[in-house]
Design a protein around this ligand. Sequence first.
Ligand code: PLP
Length: 386
Amino acid sequence: MEKRLIYFDYAATTPIDSEVLEKMLPYYKENYGNADSLHAFGRKAQTAVDFARDKVAELIGAKPSEIYFTSGGTESDNWAVLGGAYACKKRGKTHILASQIEHHAVLSSMERLEKEGFEIEYIPVNEGGRVEVKEVEKRLKENTGLVVVMKANNETGAIQPVEEIAKLCKERGILCFSDCVQYVPHRNLDVNTLGADMVAISAHKFHGPKGCGVLYIRKGVGIEKLVAGGEQERGMRGGTLNVPAVVGLAHALELAYKNNVAREEKITALREKFLDKVLELDGVSLNGSFEKGEEYLPSVFNLRFEGVENTSFLYNMDLSGVAVASGSACASASLKPSHVLTAMGLSEEQAKSSIRFSIGKDTTEEEIDYVAEKCKEILRKIRVKK
Ligand code: PLP
């Protein structure tokens, strides 16, 4: 019998939707033109890109000229942070703030800026993994140029008060960037309600292709370019556009926006079922604070298994055919404890006993029951008694 495989790692990536793939295929074969070529092949590709740009803009409440296609969330994050900081420096503003729980794509860019002489400061989070607006406000200075706070965290699902932070920034002429890579797959983001000047999105998190993303840059916000080359993306991002992926991104986003509300209801019920079963086990707790009414994405939850090494738990889950993660996918090869969990006040040991579960549109009740049962069995098998 074929081994059963269950995917509880939707925050790392998602399978492409067949409808999305269908839309992309003609742009690999018949309509393979370079969108910048002036001949008929190029024009066909350009028309598809224009359509995709208009669609993305309409969905997120932006203007088409504010949408820049990139190679994914990492590039969008790098571009917003570095390009934003370099533009601020020209105006004499070299103080940059970012939350402690940002994705490594942001944190690595911050480290680079620090080496280049920028003054970098990190905003702490509370035990629920949320940035408090007052913690941002008290750090703002005359020379603060850029504030970076993600909308939803990839390890805990904690939703951040970006609307209020963006408002503070706007009042003081400070740029605000929000990584919405984990938020957009679940909630219908509107950039005007959010208020941030820049927003990052990545297609593979919402059943689109890997290697394609968006950086939204509000009109009038001038940032430096990151990828230099040809005149693509209005001269702001060089490189031949990945036309099939851009087409796929726009279609996947449309499907997400159409289905997000109904999916959230289903996913919330599944999460509750899972937590009811697993939290009653000895020494299992939730990293976060749902009971305080704090807002979290229902698709991501982070559990701590006392007396258990997460690598061993993960390995045993994998042997049982279940894919879960010890943190974000890009850091899971590292043995370091999660920077998100330690920022929430967990000890190194507690962080190393924690597992991220992330479910999605195709998760079933039967899978929930199976994984909950496996948690019980694995705990019995590997837990080190003190
Ligand atoms: N930002 C967040 C919050 C993410 O979860 C990820 C992916 O894990 C990224 C950025 C990077 O996106 P990509 O995989 O498209 O480079």
